[in-house]
Ligand binder design. Structure first.
Ligand SMILES: C[S@@+](CC[C@H](N)C(=O)[O-])C[C@H]1O[C@@H](n2cnc3c(N)ncnc32)[C@H](O)[C@@H]1O
Length: 442
């Protein structure tokens, strides 16, 4: 042990206080190591570990690497008198110490806290003791102190400030100080091999206490409540599609997705009203903008909605009555995550839109067609297979059948990209007619 005169004085005081012989010469070891000192203090035989055996240690191991199995649960006491600060991979080194300890084992650590710039890779904060040893490993912190190199300075106990949301600031610590701590590993310590998910205590408190914009108020208004708020017929007094969507769309809710709805305001040409009607609202678009806070929302309609502006909304005007119209209006669109067809509900509109837009759906995306049970007289072609029947045929036979074999062939060509196909009856009541289709893209 290489200890200066002030240190020796301090150690003598401590030896006297522990009722041990204060004769310092008793404890010295020629090679300067600490085994004699520890033995005289009453420690059992000591083993040493180092990266290299250049100083004749008992075990060589690089603490940057996981511990070999034969060293696990092997020691009653591990002492680090200033090693881990020289090991690059601190989390691994701490995990190694933890795993070296037997149950009820004790770890004693003295590493630089402040004033040691350039001495090792790091200087340590007491935060590490409370968060890693106490919270994450479920060990008992017996003591945690700032200890000066200068023995005339009083040691400063450091409590767990993380829980109060405050920090240990160490203001006024001049010169060199160590972080000294002792922890005990109980039999119910958290023995997982590696721990990475440790957060700083005062931040954890701040995050926990932050106003819960995300878990209260409008953000978590259910989609049904939003539909009702904006007057869309998808909500509680209408089709109740939003009950289904609220579940299906949960994984998308906080992502910057691209979302498209066809059909924006009840009462268009599907009801014999001019496409050039004056439009003053778009209830479902307002609902989507509020629900998907990061999404780009695209609206498509035969009527004009270009008066509505929002930085995340774009409008495409299109008469879906022919396939080329749909292709022309949508060819420049980006890949889409969710598509809802709530436009005219005419079978050929629904089917042409699906054939054009399902290929534009991103993998994992959803294609939804609403109002399968109602087709508008002004548009519906006689004898055409309804979209509900078309997808029923796929559900039953894994092959689409259609009054037009070319249409069937086009749908069948898309089968490999469909990983799920679900049809729900009107208001989810078993005995009622098919109403809403959801197709999941592989
Ligand atoms: C059921 S409404 C949409 C309702 C809206 N999504 C909501 O939840 O409040 C049907 C929409 O389809 C549009 N539409 C009718 N015929 C169309 C066509 N040929 N091409 C495109 N859109 C059409 C109408 O203008 C109308 O806005």
């Amino acid at each position: 042990m290489n200890v200066g005169p002030r240190g020796r004085r301090f150690i003598r005081q401590a030896l006297r206080a522990a009722k041990l012989s204060p004769d310092f010469g008793n404890y010295l070891q020629e090679d300067g190591f600490s085994e004699t000192f520890l033995r005289k203090l009453g420690y059992p035989p000591t083993a040493s570990m180092d990266y290299s055996d250049f100083e004749d240690c008992d075990y060589t191991h690089d603490l940057n690497e996981p511990l070999p199995a034969e060293l696990r649960q092997k020691f009653d006491v591990v002492i680090d008198g200033g090693t881990i600060e020289h090991v690059f991979n601190t989390p691994q080194a701490l995990d190694n110490v933890f795993h070296m300890l037997k149950d009820d084992g004790i770890f004693i650590s003295v590493n630089g806290m402040t004033g040691w710039a350039g001495h090792g890779f790091y200087q340590f904060s007491p935060e590490l003791v409370w968060r890693y040893w106490q919270d994450a490993r479920n060990c008992e912190v017996r003591t945690c102190q700032a200890v000066s190199v200068d023995p005339s300075e009083q040691a400063i106990p450091v409590t767990d400030t993380g829980k109060s949301g405050a920090r240990f600031r160490g203001l006024g610590l001049h010169g060199r100080w160590y972080l000294y701590y002792v922890v005990k590993k109980p039999s119910n310590a958290n023995g997982v091999k590696q721990l990475n998910n440790i957060q700083q205590g005062d931040y954890a408190v701040k995050w926990e206490n932050a106003p819960k914009e995300q878990s209260a108020g409008l953000y978590y208004m259910s989609l049904t409540e939003l539909a009702d708020k904006y007057g869309s017929d998808k909500g509680s007094t209408g089709h109740r599609y939003t009950e289904l969507y609220h579940m299906l769309f949960q994984p998308f809710i906080d992502r910057p997705i691209t979302f498209m709805e066809m059909g924006l305001l009840i009462g268009g040409p599907e009801h014999g009203i001019s496409a050039d009607r004056e439009t003053k609202d778009l209830p479902s678009i307002r609902m989507w903008l509020e629900y998907f806070k990061k999404a780009q929302i695209i609206g498509l309609d035969i009527s004009d909605f270009s008066w509505f502006t929002h930085d995340r909304f774009s409008f495409v005007r299109c008469d879906m009555d022919t396939r080329p119209n749909i292709v022309a209006a949508t060819s420049a669109l980006p890949e889409l995550d969710i598509i809802i067809d709530d436009a005219s509900h005419a079978s050929h509109h629904q089917q042409n839109a699906f054939l054009t837009l399902f290929p534009k759906l991103r993998s994992g995306g959803l294609y939804i067609i609403e109002d399968l049970s109602w087709q508008p007289k002004p548009y519906e072609q006689s004898g055409i297979t309804k979209t509900a029947a078309l997808f029923q045929s796929y559900q039953q036979d894994r092959a689409f059948t259609h009054s037009d074999p070319n249409v069937a062939a086009e749908f069948n060509a898309l089968r490999d990209d469909m990983s799920g196909c679900f049809i729900f009856p009107v208001r989810y009541q078993k005995q009622r007619r098919d109403q809403v289709l959801v197709v999941h893209k592989r």
